[in-house]
Design a protein around this ligand. Sequence first.
Ligand SMILES: Nc1ncnc2c1ncn2[C@@H]1O[C@H](COP(=O)(O)OC(=O)CCCC[C@@H]2CCSS2)[C@@H](O)[C@H]1O
Length: 376
Amino acid sequence: MPLLNVGFRAAWRTLSPACYTTLAALAESRGDSALLLKSTSTDIYENLALEDWLHEYVQSRDRHVLLLWRNCPTVVIGRHQNPWQECNLKLMRDQGIQLSRRRSGGGTVYHDLGNINLTFFTSKKKYDRRGNLELVISALKRIRPQLNVLATDRYDLLLNGVFKISGTASKIGRTSAYHHCTLLCNSNRHVLSSVLHSPHQGLKTNATPSIPATVKNLCDEDPTLTCDLLMDAIAMEYARQHSCQSKIMLVDPKDNLLLPGIAKFTQELKSWDWIYGRTPKFSISHYFSVDHNLPGAEVELNMSITHGRIESCNIKLFSDWLPSMMCNQLASDLIGNKFCPTETLILASAYLRVCSQDNELCTKWNALCEQVMAIM
Ligand SMILES: Nc1ncnc2c1ncn2[C@@H]1O[C@H](COP(=O)(O)OC(=O)CCCC[C@@H]2CCSS2)[C@@H](O)[C@H]1O
C-alpha cells in the first residue's frame, strides 16, 4: 500500500474498505515524528475515548501527537472529584448539559463550542507542559501580537495577568503521557459560572477540590478571534516547532475500523459506574423546609454515599406534618440505591400508589421526594 509518501488525509480518504487500516498503522507508516489530528465529534465521551485510544495505541512509539477537539455543553470533572461538590447537577439536567469524568486528575471545567481543547501526547520522557503552553502562547502572539498571555506555576494561562483562559491536567502512563488543556475563546460565561456552583453546603469529602478562578474569553479581548482561527494558528505553530506537515487529519471517534476497540472505551466513559460510581466516599447533611406554607414542615436529611450508592440514610422530621413511619420506610429503602433522582423517583412513586386515596398526603409526599431528588 503506497502510504509512505502521501499525506495522511489523502491516504485515509483513498483507502477502500478492503485495505482499511488502523490509525496506529497509518501513523506508523508515515515518516513524520509528529501528527496533527482534529476530532470531528463534539461528544465529550467520544472525544475522551479518542484520547484514551491514542494514549494506548499511537503513543506506544516515541511520537508527538496534537489532538484538537471541542464539545457540546458539558462539565468535565477530574478523576478523583465529587460531582455533587463541584457542580449543580439539577441545573445541568434541566439544561441538558452533560457530565463526564476524565482520566486525568485536577479540577472541574465547563466546555461548549466556544472552548477549545488541546491534547499533547508524548513519551513520558518528552512530556513538557510548560513547553506546550509556550507553544500556545507563541501561536496566539503570532496572530495577535498585542495579547498579554502568560503561563502560571500551576500551568493555567492568564490573560492580562489576572483572567484565566486555560486550565491544564495530565495523565502519565508507564511509558507515555499526555497533557491536555482548555482555551476559552467565546464560551458562555454565564452558564459556566452557574453550573460550576454546587448547591450543597453540608457535604464532607476528601475528593480533590477545584480551584475557582475568574475566567475570560479571548473573544472579549479581541472580538475578531474565532475558535477556527485559534485552532489553525496552534496547528501551524505545532507543525513549525515539530517540523511536520501542517495539514490536519480529521478523525471520527466513532470509526471502529480506523480505531479498533474505541467503542468499548466510549461505553465505559459514558457509564454511571465511571461518572458517579468513582466518586470518593462522602456524606451530606441537608436541612430544608418542604413547604413554606406548612408550619414545621422542616426536614433534616443525613446520608453517607460510597461508590455513588447510599450507604446510610436518616430523614428527620421536626413535627408530625407527615407520618414518620413513611419517612423511616423511605430512608431504609433508599439504602443500597444509587444516589440518583431516577432510582429515587421509582421508590417514591411506589409509595404514592399506597397513599393515593389521600390527596393531602400525596401532595406532602411529592414535595418531600422532590426536595430529596433535587439534591441528587
Ligand atoms: N473551559 C475552561 N477553561 C479555563 N478555565 C475554566 C474553564 N471552565 C472553568 N474554568 C475555571 O477553572 C476553575 C477550575 O480550575 P482547576 O485548576 O481546579 O481545574 C482545571 O483548570 C482543570 C483543567 C482540565 C483541562 C482538561 C482539558 C481537556 S478535558 S478538561 C473553575 O472553577 C473555573 O473558574
